[in-house]
Design a protein around this ligand. Structure first.
Ligand code: PLP
Length: 394
């Protein structure tokens, strides 16, 4: 990859991915030639309506759902907001308690906090040192007033994959619906809403080779959930607003491509991931892997370097043409240590020195070689400058 002729090694695919060329090509006609509003009643409108419904079928097929259970949204954040707030509103008479994990994306955490201000009660389950939720903890937290359990399928910062099938079973055994934020899992973890027992699922196209600003919420038939956006009759009256037709078409094509060969895709990425992890831990002292050693996304590397600041690592890597992240993209502009890393038990000063490298289709073994060739020097220089670095360390 190049950036204005400069070498660019993009290793921030958890933040966003480039749209695949096939996806961009599929979207193009819907901006100008086939620009009709799908709700109108003439041929031009039907030219837009048909592809919207085709995309709905593709999303449904990718997760084992029926097309009527798929609602398009503006992305993962909206899908998460709708799942949490919509289920809470529809079940207010039944109960006021929600269970989630302490390492969710802010789209979930802040939605839960907004509900707490309205009088709902939320349990934020702890995680172990690898970022896993213990299914037994869900069982213990459920009360007669619990109306939703929401645990993410895979974490965006540390890549830890959660035992969502086991958690969903516990929720169902207690008559409680289960939602999962699968924004990082689509195309990386095989998902079947029926065998996994999912009632609601959030996804977002730009995380798997689709465009930004489009996503979907899967809602199992019969699940009680309130309307999220009032207005016209789009999305069966539950999410109003003229459809983002190019985005929806792009989402449909992207999810089809991303789920066609998950195993092959993961095999290629995991080989690069493991070489990065071993190379970093093997050559740079006072370093630890964040997240689970095996139950982790094939594209995720997250390491904590003692005595350095993640922001300084990013700036030096950027100067060398490497795009990476510390914490999550949304929190990296703030000075708070990552809530995910601190929930895993990292001291704030260690959490601050974390680096996330997330791989994707565009990466090659040469990119891995390049990162491994420059990173030890970057960390060494920063440690020499840092007042926190002791005389000797291992
Ligand atoms: N949930 C998770 C786990 C994410 O990683 C993200 C994006 O970073 C979101 C939700 C929000 O998705 P979107 O960017 O489509 O709003």
């Amino acid at each position: 990859m190049t950036d204005g002729g400069r070498r660019l090694v993009y290793m921030d695919h958890a933040a966003t991915t480039p749209a695949r060329p096939e996806v961009a090509r599929a979207m193009l006609p819907y901006f100008s030639e086939r620009f009709g509003n799908p709700s109108s009643l003439y041929a031009l409108a039907r030219e837009a309506k048909g592809p919207v419904e085709e995309a709905r079928r593709r999303v449904a097929a990718a997760i084992g759902a029926t097309p009527e259970e798929v609602y398009f949204t503006s992305g993962g954040t909206e899908a998460d907001n709708w799942a949490i707030k919509g289920v809470a509103a529809a079940n207010r008479r039944k109960g006021d308690h929600i269970i989630t994990s302490s390492i969710e994306h802010h789209a979930i955490l802040h939605s839960c906090q907004a509900l707490e201000k309205q009088g709902y009660r939320v349990t934020y389950l702890p995680v172990d040192e690898f970022g896993r939720v213990e299914p037994g903890a869900v069982e213990e937290a459920i009360t007669e007033k619990t109306i939703l359990v929401s645990v993410m399928a895979a974490n965006n910062e540390i890549g830890t994959i959660q035992p969502i099938k086991a958690i969903a079973k516990i929720a169902h055994d207690n008559g409680v619906p289960f939602h999962t934020d699968a924004v990082q899992a689509i195309g990386a973890v095989p998902i079947d809403v029926n065998t996994m027992g999912l009632d609601l699922l959030s996804l977002s196209a730009h995380k798997f080779g689709g465009p930004k600003g489009i996503g979907a919420l899967y809602v199992r038939k019969g699940t009680r959930i309130g309307t999220f956006i009032d207005g016209g009759a789009q999305e069966r009256g539950r999410r109003a607003g003229t459809e983002n037709v190019p985005g929806i078409v792009g989402l449909g094509r992207a999810i089809e491509l991303a789920t066609a060969d998950i195993e092959g895709h993961n095999r290629r990425l995991a080989a690069m991931r493991d070489r990065l992890i071993q190379g970093i831990l093997g050559t740079i002292p006072a370093t630890r892997l964040n997240g689970h050693p095996t139950e982790r996304l094939a594209n995720n590397v997250n390491v904590a370097f003692r005595y350095v600041e993640g922001e300084s690592i990013l700036l030096m890597l950027d100067a060398l043409g490497i795009a990476a992240s510390t914490g999550s993209a949304c929190t990296s502009a703030s000075l708070e240590p990552s809530h995910v890393l601190t929930a895993c038990g990292l001291a704030p000063e260690h959490a601050h020195g974390s680096l996330r490298l997330t791989l994707g289709d565009v990466n090659t073994e040469r990119d891995v070689d390049y990162v491994l060739s420059v990173l030890p020097g970057v960390i060494e220089r920063l440690r020499k400058m840092s007042p926190l670095t002791p005389e000797r360390y291992e």
